[in-house]
Structure formats: structure tokens, C-alpha cells
Design a protein around this ligand. Structure first.
Ligand code: BJW
Length: 233
């Protein structure tokens, strides 16, 4: 049985990380596009750096920990011997990895990494980032200051690992979408790449625009429903 899982902000909500489009959506007063697009970054890099700095700091707060849904996915992967497994996450937090998941594909990037705007080189990162941050490759070079950006995929940019995702979708026997609003593409279109025989299961607090594409729609909290559904597979 080949299993493909897609997770979104809802799976981390119960770990204390706010969703994007919920009532308590991130960053009071700022639309997602304002802080998550190359145009937003060009228009106000200080604001965008601040947005990601706050999130990077919060992710390192000891109170933010993987919840039962993250742990259940990691446990399932460990015990899954009879087929392929891939966990595609739209989340830039590292909670799946911290829960012990190995085959994780963070299609919208990773908050704990930064990228050189000029070369694409990646660096692990725990600190704040600013227009003054020295470049780790050449810290004394003043021209390279401010040439780092968060390693995240903004609107209009191509998500990571799309070929691997499509390959996994085409051969999936089970597709599980957890805590995602189904509004952002291409993630929202993965369900339509799965074969006819695939069992498609959506776990979410509410209906989403994608719900109609699923065979089973389970309404409830990820921390309760994910362990239950995985145990039943
Ligand atoms: C719970 C829960 C609990 C809560 N238990 N559930 C018109 C039509 C189609 C597409 C487009 C279009 N116009 C433009 C586009 C493309 C655009 C797009 O999709 N826009 C739409 C908004 C219309 N997409 C792109 O630009 C993408 N790139 C692209 O298309 O490139 C072109 C290309 C593609 C393929 C090949 C070649 C070229 C890039 C998208 C990048 C998205 N980036 C962000 C920011 C990442 C960095 C960061 O985190 O800051 O990704 S935006 C933001 O949305 C973030 C998320 O990963 C993403 C999805 O959000 P998610 O995870 O679904 O969260 P929410 O908050 O929306 O939903 C949470 C859900 O959880 C809710 O449903 C709750 O009910 C539920 N929930 N608690 C269970 N306890």
C-alpha cells in the first residue's frame, strides 16, 4: 500500500502555531500575500524579515512541540513496511522532522533555513535576519550584506519537489490531506493526480473547496483524527 500524506497549517495549530486563514490568522492586519510574495518582499523587506523572524523565534520556543498528529505520522512511517510512504508538508515549521518523520518533503520551504538571493546556497539558520546580516560565506564583504532571504516559497514561486510529489501521487493507494484549506495550488491539486483506485481522505475541522474531490471527509481535530485514521489503515 503506497501512502501519500499532505499536511497544512491545521496540523500544527494544536502545537500553538496559528493557521494562515483562520479567525486568528497570522500577523494581524497583514494579508498572506503581503508577507508571502516576492513583490511584498521587494516593497517592504523589513516587514517581511520581521514576519519571519518572529515566526522563527516562536518555533524555537520550548512550548512549541509536535502534537499527537505529528507523532502518529512518524510512528506510522516507521511501521510501514508494505509499500512507499511520503509526507508532503506545506508547513515551514520543522514539527514533522522533530516528531521523527524521515520521508518529509517541505514543498513550501523551511523556516530554519535561509537562502542566498544570488546563488541559491542554503544555510541552517536560528537567528533573526535583516538587511544588515553578514553573508556566512564572506562575512566581511559589505556588498553581500542583506543578500539572504528566508528559504520559503512565496506566491508566484515554484514549490519544491513537484516531480517527486507527482510521482508519489500517481501511484498512491491512500492519499491523506490533513489540516489544509485547499485554496493554495499546486498543493490543492495533488488530490486530482491520484489514480482512480486511490482512497482519498480529508481530515479538517471544516469543509474546504477541495472536499468534493475526496472519498472520505472526516471533520475533527487532527490530533484526534489522524492517530485514529492511521491506526485503521
Ligand atoms: C484544522 C485544525 C485542526 C485548523 N485540525 N484541521 C488562481 C487559481 C489557481 C492558482 C492560482 C491562481 N492565482 C494564483 C495562483 C497560484 C498561487 C495560488 O494558489 N494562489 C491561490 C491563493 C489562488 N500559487 C502559487 O503561487 C504557488 N506557486 C505556483 O503556482 O507556481 C507556479 C507553478 C506551479 C507548478 C509548476 C510550475 C509553476 C506558490 C504557493 C506558495 C504558498 N506559500 C505560502 C507561504 C509559505 C511560507 C510561509 O509559511 O510563510 O504557503 S502561503 C500559505 O498558504 C503557506 C501555506 O503553506 C499555504 C497553504 O495554507 P494551509 O496550510 O492550507 O493553511 P490555511 O490556514 O489556509 O488552512 C488551515 C486549515 O486547517 C483550515 O482548513 C482549517 O479548517 C484547518 N484546521 N485547525 C484539523 N486542529
Amino acid at each position: 500500500m503506497n501512502v501519500l500524506v499532505l499536511t497544512g497549517a491545521g496540523i500544527s495549530a494544536e502545537s500553538g502555531i496559528p493557521t494562515f486563514r483562520g479567525a486568528d490568522g497570522l500577523w494581524e492586519g497583514h494579508r498572506v500575500e503581503q508577507v508571502a510574495s516576492p513583490q511584498g518582499f521587494d516593497a517592504d523587506p523589513v516587514l517581511v524579515h520581521r514576519f519571519y523572524n518572529l515566526r522563527r523565534r516562536k518555533l524555537q520556543d520550548p512550548s512549541i512541540q509536535p502534537n499527537a498528529a505529528h507523532v502518529a505520522l512518524a510512528d506510522f512511517e516507521r511501521g510501514h513496511q508494505s509499500g512507499d510512504f511520503l509526507l508532503v508538508t506545506q508547513n515551514i515549521d520543522n514539527l514533522h522532522q522533530r516528531a521523527g518523520s524521515k520521508r518529509v518533503l517541505p514543498m513550501h520551504g523551511e523556516l530554519m533555513k535561509v537562502r542566498c538571493i544570488d546563488t541559491g546556497e542554503l544555510f541552517d539558520w536560528t537567528d533573526d535576519l535583516s538587511l544588515e546580516t553578514p553573508h556566512p560565506a564572506d562575512p566581511d564583504n559589505a556588498k553581500l550584506r542583506g543578500r539572504l532571504r528566508p528559504h520559503v516559497v512565496w506566491f508566484g514561486e515554484v514549490p519544491l519537489g513537484l516531480e517527486s510529489i507527482e510521482r508519489a501521487a500517481r501511484k498512491a493507494d491512500v492519499f491523506l490531506a490533513i489540516g489544509t484549506s485547499g485554496l493554495v495550488y499546486p498543493a490543492a491539486g495533488i488530490v486530482s493526480q491520484t489514480p482512480v483506485h486511490c482512497r482519498r481522505i480529508e481530515i479538517n475541522l471544516d469543509d474546504t473547496p477541495a472536499s468534493g474531490a475526496f472519498d472520505e471527509t472526516i471533520r475533527g481535530r487532527a490530533s484526534e483524527e489522524v492517530p485514529r485514521v492511521l491506526a485503521s489503515l
